[in-house]
Design a protein around this ligand. Sequence first.
Ligand code: AMP
Ligand code: TRP
Length: 350
Amino acid sequence: MAFVERVFSGVQPTGNLHLGNYLGAIVNFVKLQQTHNCLYCVVDMHALTQPVSVWGGPLELARNTREVTAAFIASGIDPKKHIVFNQSQVSGHAELAWIFNCVARVGWLNRMTQFKEKAGKDRENASVGLYDYPVLMAADILLYRATHVPVGEDQKQHLELSRDIAQKFNNDFGDSIRSHGFNSGLFFPQPEPLITGPATRVMSLRDGTKKMSKSDSSDNSRINLTDDADTIAQKIRKAKTDPEPLPSEEKGLETRPEADNLVGIFAALSGRTKSEVLGEFGGGQFSNFKNSLVELCVAKLSPIASEMKRLVADPRHVDSILVDGADRAREIAADTMKATQDIVGFVRKH
Ligand code: AMP
Ligand code: TRP
């Protein structure tokens, strides 16, 4: 059976939205609006998986939920044509996650590298939610039977797990799925990751071997979507580089992570390829290239920052967008949940 194409993706409201989130994810969210029906979700339930000190407590969670929503809208997501909402307001996410908990295997979760990274050495003390994180993520996507999921490179393994869960559910319940009118025996699609563009993994400005991250203790490691022009300029001028001039071909970037990162950022922001960027700047010094990168970054990000500021100053308006989005998401979710309950054998009101 061919599934109706639908896009779903999520961003955690854990503060410090940065250039990596923008180029790895949000830019692609914006593009996909032209070709697909899209749902973009602020995954507030996922935020709780880390210690309270990381997500900052209730007031911060609410503030960051509105800020991610504002970033979506300011970047060009249209909440009328598509659906923007926060995860906790559609109960199907938690309900489907429970069923998927009973489909996913402990061995699968034990292989998740992000859990190992986030749990660190003290694994005994990690929350059960952090361990279960990828199962909730599969529920997010499959609650809408979404077929395409735009994400950064770091989410690839989680997407593979979502595919495995969809497949095992279809297998485990194959007969029941068919008897409920899905003649192909496939109820859930296997969602495809969309990891595209020259900046699917934006690296720290201080260390080209580390991912740019919300939680890095050095603010100079990342460009925040809320940074003003002076801050952006300072951070890029201070960004780590090496003493060589820029190479003329992409091959020359292979052993130079910092150069590769900055060229990738330039390419993504200007809608060009890395080799086109090197065609213009190859052979030249970093200082000249950095000046152009500052100009480009400020030109692209400043309008987003000021629109975000305007939006977060009006929380009632932002909240109304989320409430309306959740109402519409709930309708799609309800259809999936009813069919899933029938397939599993949960008795319900008809
Ligand atoms: P998160 O902030 O972890 O919720 O991530 C939101 C989205 O941004 C996900 O699709 C991530 O894959 C993406 N993302 C996060 N950090 C980076 C990065 N450094 N480079 C590219 N994409 C990223
Ligand atoms: N795990 C994703 C991240 O940290 C966020 C996320 C939660 C997500 N649910 C999702 C992304 C569903 C895509 C689809 O980046």
